[in-house]
Design a protein around this ligand. Structure first.
Ligand code: 5GP
Ligand code: MN
Length: 411
């Protein structure tokens, strides 16, 4: 636990971080780090941080590989397991969100975020952290209209409905949670593009390069509308995304937007942004992740509404007026008192039988639900959420509200 003291004016110096942002990595961590190293030495830039916008594919074992949703020809272990076992240490602090091709079991075990290997941090299904003096937020997954309003039912029913696909579909719960953030976010990450990203003057050029995007662009359906909502509502300084395997950048309002290609030779799959530190009391050389206090408060308050049902629900519908009534200043103050919680990589539970596990064959009955890992227990404690062994709740409060809403509709 640490608190932030106001600094005297002469102590405040403007510092800038060199941040590499990337598109989809698809398990090619070796290539990514080699290319970034080469870029860094060629351009004489010290890289402070690497941000990856999903389809990262952090499979530890063949069992994890069975949770990767993809055509069979792409089903490969990739490089991550070498980083997991510390055979290779990621040369830069790397933060990623989930896309639609992931070791979904491993990511779900880290629902609230966590270290997945030394120096590699997953932001969670949704998350907001402070690191090296900047605030980074993100939401994992891709938008799908059939699952958007569902609860997180997969832990219980993985093999019954939707198999391994729905697990990486965006949930309204995370978007409503995120819409409660009031302080400015420096960088926001999503996997798919926000809808209506392409400016009028760029459209013809994009249609030429990517004809199969044309209809969706004209209909305003290319990408995710909750992503567009977050972009325009929270107005982060930077908004970064991937998924389309196409480089594009634009500015909407004051937000700079970057989308990168996927990690392959000769593709424009990463780039550098220079970002001014916004939390001056934090040190750029500090490699710890600090869960944002505002996010702790929001997560704490929202836990009572955590839905794990398959059935349709909508927090926006339940609460009317943008669900704002559940924001609670008293709770925020409680978390503000302990300003930054250090969330440090200590020891992830590396399975010593990894070589045995690598031989594992696909077992259809495997469930996404697994025992709570130590990091999630630690985070539940930080969020002051009771641990029922499931890392989620079907809250009474939610059911009460749903009941009330049904009655209202009948009247
Ligand atoms: P992934 O690597 O996630 O399986 O697939 C990404 C590919 O799907 C990209 O190459 C992109 O062209 C395509 N894609 C993703 N979302 C959309 C969309 O909303 N409309 C169209 N036309 N293509 C999409
Ligand atoms: Mn994708």
């Amino acid at each position: 636990m640490e608190s932030t003291l106001p600094l005297k004016e002469e102590e405040i110096k403007e510092e800038t971080l060199n941040i590499i942002i990337t598109g989809c990595i698809h398990g090619s961590l070796d290539k990514m780090y080699n290319d970034i190293k080469e870029y860094s030495s060629k351009n004489n830039k010290k890289i402070d941080l690497v941000l990856c916008t999903g389809d990262f594919e952090c499979m530890r074992t063949e069992n994890d590989l069975t949770f990767l949703s993809c055509p069979e020809k792409y089903r490969e272990m990739g490089d991550f397991y070498k980083y997991y076992t510390s055979k290779i240490i990621a040369p830069y602090l790397t933060i990623f969100i989930g896309g639609n091709h992931e070791a979904s079991n491993y990511l779900e075990q880290n629902y609230y975020g966590g270290w997945v290997a030394p120096n590699i941090y997953y932001l969670g299904r949704s998350g907001l952290i402070n690191v090296k003096g900047i605030r980074i937020g993100g939401i994992s997954g891709i938008f799908n209209k059939y699952d958007y309003f569902r609860g997180n039912f997969e832990k219980e029913e993985n093999d019954i409905k939707g198999d391994k696909k729905s697990i990486f579909h965006l949930r309204e719960f995370d978007v409503v949670k995120m819409s409660h953030v009031k302080n400015k976010i420096d960088i926001f990450m999503t996997h798919d593009w926000p809808t209506n990203l392409i400016s009028e003057e760029d459209k013809d050029d994009v249609f030429q390069k990517k004809p199969h995007f044309k209809n969706d662009i004209l209909e305003g359906t290319l990408g995710s509308y909750p992503g567009e909502f977050i972009l325009k509502y929270l107005k982060p300084n930077y908004f970064i995304c991937g998924h389309m395997h196409f480089y594009y950048s634009n500015k909407i309002g004051d937000t700079e937007i970057y989308a990168f290609d996927k990690c392959l030779n000769k593709r424009n799959y990463f780039g550098l942004i220079e970002v001014k530190k916004s939390i001056i009391s934090m040190d750029i050389s500090d490699n710890n992740i600090y869960i944002d206090p505002e996010w702790m408060a929001i997560t704490n308050v929202f836990n009572q509404f955590f839905p794990n049902k398959y059935d349709y629900y909508s927090l926006f519908n339940l609460f009317d007026k943008n669900a704002k009534i559940i924001y609670n200043e008293i709770v925020l103050n409680k978390f503000k008192m302990n300003l930054f919680f250090k969330h440090k990589f200590e020891e992830i539970d590396i399975d010593e039988n990894i070589n045995e596990l690598l031989k594992d064959k696909f077992t259809k009955k495997e469930k996404i639900k697994d025992d709570l890992n130590e990091q999630t227990k630690y985070l539940l404690n930080i969020f002051d959420i009771d641990n029922d062994g499931n890392n989620h709740y079907l809250s009474k409060k939610y059911l009460e509200l749903e009941e009330k809403n049904k009655l209202k509709k009948k009247e």
